[in-house]
Ligand binder design. Structure first.
Ligand SMILES: *Cc1c(COP(=O)(O)O)cnc(C)c1O
Length: 345
């Protein structure tokens, strides 16, 4: 099997059309068989539900090559389950979870020339998504949907040099008006674009969102969960009173790695933003599929600038150790818990 002639080491995080996508339609109360397609465009009615009332949910995972040459992906069953939860919240049908995992395997295997080689730092980004294709004009859920998976090779998240990022506290609530903060849906991202632009204009990489009811607890950033390390080297994981933090698969995996593999103490609890501004934490990081952990160097709120000394330029010791252990599990260098690495071919 020949790999595509791509400069894998210099890929950015962009979209490139590959050989196949996966498509499956929902109609008359049931999902059809579904399968691969070479048609990378979507045609829908001008009155499709997605275009008016935004019934759309998505997932993101990566497929990559291990040191011994296998193509694998990481915990796709959790993406399947989370997408089912997101769909339920937007009154969309659940895409069967076994079928989801089979579809991921099918589309990755069909595109195996596009899976970056081991050691390149690049991965094949896998984007399952589902949207309302059925027509609606009165406000109600559509009756027809399409589930698709597109795959595209993406570059390494860190390319050397200073890696720490800066974040600022958003004046906005992420998705507070509709309370959809714990689902992975395009509508939450649409709501985050304006604050994201505002943060960028002021020189920050991301926004930190606080709880919408009291604006005193840390929730997460626009697209990543937040982790802290306190002065006793405990991993502190913010919890939400209102379940409005997206259940990141990377975060849940890092908690297991910290507890069961590194023997660290992990505290999952509501975290007051005041603790951050008081300087109670030694390290801060953002976690998600793409980067595993991005260290945070500074957090700003209303003129108060908190610097994480250990991580101001590069990841601090605890974040580095966590990131290395999880990436070693992902690459197959060390054995992880049963079922985490799913072999595709
Ligand atoms: C996808 C996402 C994350 C990260 O989740 P992973 O499963 O670790 O990739 C965190 N927050 C939000 C809002 C997200 O959409």
């Amino acid at each position: 099997m020949e790999k595509k002639d791509i400069d894998w080491g210099n890929l950015g995080f962009g979209y490139m059309e590959t050989s196949y996508s996966y498509v499956c339609n929902y109609k008359d109360g049931a999902w059809e068989e579904g399968g691969l397609t070479t048609d990378h465009s979507v045609t829908v009615s001008e009155c499709a539900g997605i275009l008016h009332y935004c019934q759309e949910v998505f997932e993101g995972l990566k497929a990559y090559t291990t040191e011994d040459g296998r193509i694998v992906c990481f915990r796709p069953d959790l993406n399947a389950a989370r997408m089912a939860d997101s769909a339920k919240r937007l009154v969309m049908p659940e895409f069967p979870q076994d079928k989801f995992v089979e579809a991921v395997k099918m589309v990755v295997e069909a595109n195996k020339e596009w899976v970056p080689p081991f050691g390149s730092g690049a991965t094949l980004y896998v984007r399952p998504y589902m949207f309302a294709t059925g027509v609606v004009i009165g406000v109600k859920p559509a009756t027809e949907y399409q589930f698709r998976i597109l795959v595209t090779p993406v570059g390494p998240y860190f390319k050397g040099g200073k890696e720490a990022i800066t974040i600022t506290v958003a004046d906005y609530d992420r998705a507070a008006p509709r309370g959809t903060g714990d689902i992975k849906a395009g509508l939450n991202y649409a709501m985050s674009l304006h604050p994201y632009e505002e943060a960028h204009k002021r020189g920050y990489s991301e926004n930190l969102y606080l709880d919408s009811a009291t604006r005193s607890y840390v929730e997460e950033t626009g697209g990543a969960n937040v982790l802290f390390v306190d002065k006793q080297s405990n991993l502190v994981v913010p919890q939400s009173h209102t379940n409005s933090i997206l259940p990141s698969i990377t975060r849940r995996s890092l908690v297991t790695v910290a507890k069961d593999i590194l023997g660290m103490s992990v505290v999952e609890r509501p975290v007051k933003f005041e603790e951050v501004t008081n300087g109670d934490f030694m390290e801060c990081g953002l976690c998600g599929t793409a980067a595993v952990i991005s260290p945070v160097g500074h957090i700003e709120a209303e003129g108060v600038d908190v610097t994480f000394v250990d991580g101001a330029e590069n990841a601090g010791p605890v974040m580095s150790k966590l990131r290395r252990t999880l990436t070693d599990i992902q690459s197959g260098a060390i054995e992880g818990p049963e079922g985490w690495i799913v072999e595709i071919c």
